[in-house]
Design a protein. Structure first.
Length: 365
């Protein structure tokens, strides 16, 4: 049921304050400053012994895995790798006994993710799923896991599943971190910050009209760059994927500083760059990357923090998001990135819910 919305994608974008709430429900343990999960099916000792994590997924779910890598390494100090499931299934990487494998998937039916998971299981490794669809093949075959509780995602472009996956990864990193080096006050700070997220996402949605206007200005360009650093690098990849899959515009995501090693050659008046540049650890560095693009006459759309006045003088267009901790930036910046690709695709007359050549679950190899 679409309600007042024109497309499922838009409806699902607007559901995110609620779906993020659902991803947290019953999982926050304020007294112990940690998260808890009902279905991991592992003893505290097994969880404590994990010395490496492999996250495997495809597409958008792979992007949330990248955010997960940064989180698990920062909060839990567990070495983590993110593998494309289509590669992992045929590679033969050494995997130690205490490595935990997580398959991340909205549908739970992606053929490559299922095959990668089966291959790891066949070798005797415990495999867990981070999945949305209850009772799906991957959910059933995994040794345990965590559901997203995001409700059905109909639009082919993944939106609410992405933010829920990130929210689950934050809680997982908090949980594993609190079994290791993360202190009680540090755990409390993370909890306080994530509890504010649903309201902050609501605030991001208020930019919808502004983003529609900005989309009008940019919908006829044929090449885009998406740039961000640290937690915003996966966000940039995800923004670019969202634009290309529903608007058929060529878009590339890069870590912003990597630009000078090649992609900057693409920058001209006809190639807009979307900079994901909220204030944080390396804000000044990203700003200097942004200035390099402006110096080459590249149009810039910046996704920045509320109150950042300086950026309005440099970027051509600015979309403001609430000022949050670095690790929460992929959540608040996802909203404008999703809305930007949605409006551009609609203005170009594309079928946003069912883009050409794509299926909601990729059940073939
Ligand atoms: O259902 P899954 O999360 O396993 O799907 C993986 C990808 O096929 C999926 O994320 C795809 O990239 C989306 N259409 C992106 O919006």
């Amino acid at each position: 049921d679409l309600g007042d919305f024109e497309h499922y994608m838009l409806k699902e974008i607007f559901e995110q304050p609620q779906t993020l709430e659902n991803a947290m429900r019953g999982r926050i343990d304020e007294d112990e400053a940690t998260a808890k999960f009902g279905g991991l099916n592992l003893s505290a000792q097994q969880l404590r012994n994990i010395d490496r994590v492999v996250l495997t997924a495809c597409g958008t779910s792979w992007h949330s895995g990248l955010v997960g890598e940064y989180l698990l390494e920062e909060f839990a100090r567990i070495p983590t790798e993110v593998e494309y499931a289509s590669e992992l299934r045929y590679r033969n990487p050494p995997i130690s006994n205490d490595t935990m494998i997580f398959a991340i998937t909205q549908s739970g039916e992606t053929a490559d993710t299922l095959a990668a998971m089966r291959e790891c299981k066949r070798k005797g490794h415990p495999t867990l799923a981070i999945c949305n669809v209850v009772g799906s093949s991957i959910a059933r075959e995994a040794d345990g896991g965590i559901y997203l509780h995001a409700g059905p995602e109909v639009g082919v472009a993944s939106t609410k599943a992405f933010t829920s996956q990130v929210m689950v990864m934050i809680q997982l990193a908090l949980f594993l971190g609190r079994m290791r080096h993360l202190s009680y006050p540090a755990g409390r700070r993370i909890i306080d910050a994530i509890q504010k997220i649903p309201d902050q996402i609501q605030k991001c949605l208020e930019c919808n009209d502004l983003i529609k206007d900005i989309s009008n200005k940019y919908c006829n360009f044929n090449n885009f760059l998406y740039l961000g650093r640290l937690y915003n690098f996966p966000g940039a990849l995800e923004g670019a994927l969202k634009l290309k899959e529903i608007s058929y515009i060529h878009a590339e995501g890069y870590p912003a500083a990597e630009m000078k090693h090649g992609p900057i050659a693409l920058v001209d008046e006809e190639t807009p760059s979307v900079f994901v540049v909220p204030r944080g650890q390396i804000y000044p560095k990203v700003m200097s990357n942004l200035e390099e693009v402006k110096a080459r006459k590249g149009p810039v759309i910046a996704i920045a923090c509320e109150g950042d006045k300086k950026i309005a003088d440099i970027a051509d267009d600015v979309i403001y998001v609430p000022d949050v901790e670095d690790f929460l930036q992929p959540l608040v910046t996802a909203i404008p990135l999703q809305l930007l690709s949605y409006h551009i695709a609609v203005l170009r007359g594309c079928n946003v819910d069912r883009p050409r050549n794509l299926a909601k679950s990729v059940t073939v190899e």
